[in-house]
Design a protein around this ligand. Structure first.
Ligand SMILES: Cc1cc2nc3c(=O)[nH]c(=O)nc-3n(C[C@H](O)[C@H](O)[C@H](O)COP(=O)(O)OP(=O)(O)OC[C@H]3O[C@@H](n4cnc5c(N)ncnc54)[C@H](O)[C@@H]3O)c2cc1C
Length: 478
């Protein structure tokens, strides 16, 4: 069985790696990866200049999720990654121009000066708020948080956090699809706090079995592009075609697919048994137009948050903040051009030369597209002025690096559940078409890898069924 994987971002490369491992173990599969650009990584890019490193996207991924460990442990790749500093557990919130420690749990939320007495009391009432049972539509993240925790916590804690995860607006994102695990807590336990305590209790009993150093961020000495390369270099017996965008996919009468790619200006049409779409929603919409026009139209409607990542490489002595944490997020209601700042050189070694620090600022975000009209220089300057006060910066940066990504993060607005249903229906109807990447089931690197793991398992069983039916038809002929 031959498979076309479309896109060599973390989703496509993870899928290629998992399929190549299955092939090593005897699966009868041929894999070709098509990538539109000249190299792998997609929205994960790393640049280094004057010894300062800037990531275009994530700075690391959490190693705690079971599937991440399963994927990386198999080929011994986990041991080749680097662990973040223990300081990264500490996070800050910028409120009124000052950085305050973000609460890491219920007790810290009760002690924090960020919330008023009434706001804290409202959080403590959460277990007594009955769960919503009559809910038929998609509730927004903000409405969900306000209903469960009160408006103060919804605004200062939850909506602020959402800015850091989705570069999005909590009032527009759907709770059930953007944060499914939190959403399930209410459904399963009737309350977020009760659910969290139940999980903590469960985790305590598992603690002895949990590997050392879990719950940390991981990356590599070459940054997150190095992480993608680690997986790509471990792939064997897979053909990678770069600068070969897929233009269209047609369904054949025999159940297979004709995949048309463009290489050196020439169109090439080839037959594949399965096609795994690991590119973004806009690309998927164009590719599936012939097979599933309705789904294609819905994918075209997915909105993306624009992101401007800018890194300031600066002398340590010019920053008075201790930079003793992951970074900070800007309070939802006070946000302008800056969503938050990562203390990149605290997170991992090698992000800045000795005696200097690297501050990576996430700028713009959903609903703030007007900032995108500014030039890189104007936007970098505006952002630098905004981070000076909270970080106590007195000098100018020696190095300024930036990435501008217009379609950076897909936004799961209300109605996303219907899109998932439609996509699943299309995948059932067109056996062999798989939708991977970050369009449906989560935008984090870890969610993308999980989806690739699910696709790899489905392809393996699809291939086994195909081989079995081939053998049965031969037996009938004989
Ligand atoms: C600024 C930013 C910050 C982020 N921060 C975090 C974070 O802190 N933590 C976290 O977990 N996640 C974060 N994410 C999200 C995460 O990085 C992405 O969701 C994930 O990397 C997406 O990977 P992907 O492989 O699915 O898609 P992509 O990275 O988009 O890769 C898709 C690939 O498909 C290729 N392609 C497109 N069209 C075609 C075609 N027609 N034919 C062939 N190839 C095609 C593209 O060139 C690209 O290489 C962030 C993302 C951004 C942009």
């Amino acid at each position: 069985m031959n498979i076309a994987v479309v896109g060599a971002g973390i989703s496509g490369v993870t899928l290629a790696y998992l399929l190549s491992e299955k092939k090593k173990r005897g699966a009868n599969i041929e894999i070709t990866v098509f990538e539109a650009e000249a190299e792998s990584g997609g929205c994960i890019k790393t640049i280094v200049s004057d010894g300062f490193m800037l990531e275009s996207g994530p700075n690391g991924i959490l190693n705690s999720r079971e599937h991440v460990r399963r994927i990386l442990d198999g080929g011994g790749l986990l041991s080749q990654t680097e662990l973040s500093s223990p300081l990264t557990k500490r996070r800050y919130l910028e409120i009124g121009g000052a950085l305050l420690k973000a609460p890491q749990g219920v007790w810290e939320a009760i002690a924090t000066p960020i919330l008023t007495f009434q706001g804290k009391l409202r959080i403590l009432k959460e277990p007594f708020i009955p769960p919503k049972t009559d809910f038929n539509g998609d509730e927004s993240v903000f409405d969900f948080a306000e209903r469960r925790l009160g408006s103060e916590a919804a605004e200062k804690l939850i909506a602020t956090l959402v800015g850091g995860v989705f570069a999005g607006d909590a009032k527009k994102l759907s709770m059930s699809t953007s944060f499914p695990r939190l959403y399930e807590l209410e459904k399963e336990h009737g309350s977020l706090l009760k659910g969290m305590f139940a999980r903590i209790k469960g985790k305590k009993s598992e603690r002895h079995a949990r590997p050392k150093d879990s719950y940390k961020l991981i990356s590599t000495s070459n940054g997150m592009k190095g992480f993608v390369d680690l997986l790509e270099n471990a792939v064997t017996d897979v053909s990678f075609r770069y600068q070969a965008p897929i233009k269209s996919v047609f369904k054949n009468l025999d159940g297979g697919y004709t995949v048309t790619s463009i290489g050196s200006g020439v169109e090439v049409a080839e037959r594949y048994d399965a096609v795994a779409l690991c590119c973004n929603a806009k690309a998927i919409s164009l590719i599936i137009g012939n097979i599933a026009p309705k789904l294609s139209a819905e994918f075209a409607k997915i909105s993306f948050a624009p992101v401007f990542m800018v890194g300031f490489g600066i002398d340590r002595t010019a920053v008075s903040h201790p930079l003793d944490g992951f970074g900070y997020l800007v309070n939802y209601v006070e946000r302008a051009a800056v969503l938050g700042t990562l203390f990149s050189s605290t997170l991992f070694k090698g992000r800045a030369p000795e005696g200097r620090v690297m501050l990576s600022v996430i700028g713009v975000g959903d609903g703030r597209n007007d900032y995108f009209l500014k030039s890189d220089e104007e936007l970098s300057e505006l952002i630098f002025q905004s981070v000076k006060k909270p970080l106590g910066i007195t000098g100018a940066p020696q190095t300024v690096l930036s990435f501008r990504t217009e379609n950076a993060i897909p936004q799961y607005y209300a109605g996303h559940r219907e899109l998932i249903n439609l996509a699943e229906e299309a995948m059932r109807e067109h056996r062999g078409i798989y939708i991977g990447g970050n369009s449906l089931y989560g935008i984090s690197v870890s969610d993308c890898m999980k989806r690739s793991l699910e696709i790899a398992e489905s392809i393996e069983s699809f291939s086994a069924r195909k081989n079995q039916s081939k053998t049965e038809s031969w037996q009938k002929i004989r």
